[in-house]
Write a protein that binds this ligand. Structure first.
Ligand SMILES: Cc1cc2nc3c(=O)[nH]c(=O)nc-3n(C[C@H](O)[C@H](O)[C@H](O)COP(=O)(O)O)c2cc1C
Length: 302
């Protein structure tokens, strides 16, 4: 019997705890491995990949907001082939479960990216149909049930990895998109990606970001993300990974109680690099205080 109260399985993959580094906020782990014990994380979702890589967006890329931040990185990444050869083996050497986050500008990008990732030693493929910061594709696939189901079905058909689809909170009917992805074969869902926001420089009389709109993340979005996780958890049977503004073990517990089997932490890592390890410790303490044999006992209790 496994006596680690934080252990779980996600899509058949064993995780030592439910705390996963969110895509785009942890690189592939290199920088953080120098300053913290990354082997204690449950998983790491790498930077969002595109088939041929990208240098990302021009102009301002990050902008602080009350209790959060806006970003317009635009999926800067080294490309899938480089990931397969270099980053995936490195991520595997770190210990936590390895998640590859795949974006795309068109359907063929996603399919070819997923085929190439069959060569990679990863545990889960996270399909990013929710990036608000690329001009073509990205979030467009995640806005409506039909395109979301279509891309899920096609990627599932070519991929050998468990498929977790990352949803956009900007979808007009997120529950319908979640149900569509489940019907199309998704093994899990992660939600949420960033909320579409905007900043204006009043002195310069212009939008701060070249793309005008950007993605809002951090504690400011937590209550809305939590509500969305709760709604989706009541609508699907597949596991959910919840995220959006998590900064503490208490925040992580809220997402678990709302129905998430695991959580991801993004923006908080920028403010406090050790935040995820504090969350792991806090969850352990909670299990001891509440005399839980396994933390999963609280999943979906609300
Ligand atoms: C700077 C930055 C870059 C991001 N890049 C990606 C990405 O490449 N792929 C992705 O799926 N999500 C990306 N995200 C979204 C996060 O993974 C996460 O869904 C979102 O920030 C909400 O969680 P948080 O409030 O804990 O940051 C990015 C977020 C930030 C702040």
């Amino acid at each position: 019997m496994d006596c680690n109260p934080l252990s779980l399985t996600l899509c058949g993959v064993p995780l030592q705890n439910p705390v996963i580094a969110a895509s785009g906020t942890f690189g592939f782990g290199h920088e953080y491995a120098e300053i913290m014990d990354v082997s204690r994380l449950g998983g790491i979702s790498g930077k969002g990949l595109t088939l041929y890589g990208s240098s990302g967006n021009a102009g301002m890329r990050v902008y602080e907001t009350p209790s959060g931040m806006l970003n317009s990185i635009g999926l800067e990444n080294p490309g899938v082939q480089h990931f397969v050869e270099t980053e995936a083996p490195y991520m595997r050497s770190l210990g936590p479960a390895v998640i590859a986050n795949l974006g795309g500008h068109c359907e063929e990008d996603y399919l070819e990216g997923a085929r190439l990732l069959n060569e990679a030693d990863i545990d889960i493929l996270e399909l990013n149909i929710s990036c608000p910061n690329v001009r073509a594709g990205g979030m467009a696939f995640g806005m409506l049930p039909e395109p979301a189901a279509d891309i899920t079905r096609r990627v599932k058909a070519v991929s050998r990895h468990p498929l977790m689809v990352k949803l956009s909170p900007n979808a007009p009917d997120l529950v319908a998109v979640a149900r569509a992805c489940e019907s199309a074969g998704a093994d899990a869902l992660s939600l949420v990606n960033t909320f579409l926001g905007m900043a204006i420089d009043v002195k310069q009389k212009r939008a701060v970001f070249e793309n005008v709109y950007a993605g809002l993340s951090g504690p400011a979005i937590l209550p809305i993300a939590l509500r969305m996780v709760h709604q989706v958890a009541h609508a699907v049977r597949i596991p959910i990974v919840g995220l959006g503004g998590i900064a503490s073990a208490e925040d992580a517990l809220k997402f678990l109680m709302a129905g998430a089997r695991a959580v991801q932490v993004g923006t908080m890592t920028f403010a406090k690099p050790g935040a995820m390890l504090d969350i792991v410790d806090g969850l352990s303490d909670y299990c001891a205080e509440e005399k839980l044999q396994n933390l999963q006992e609280i999943v979906g209790m609300i």
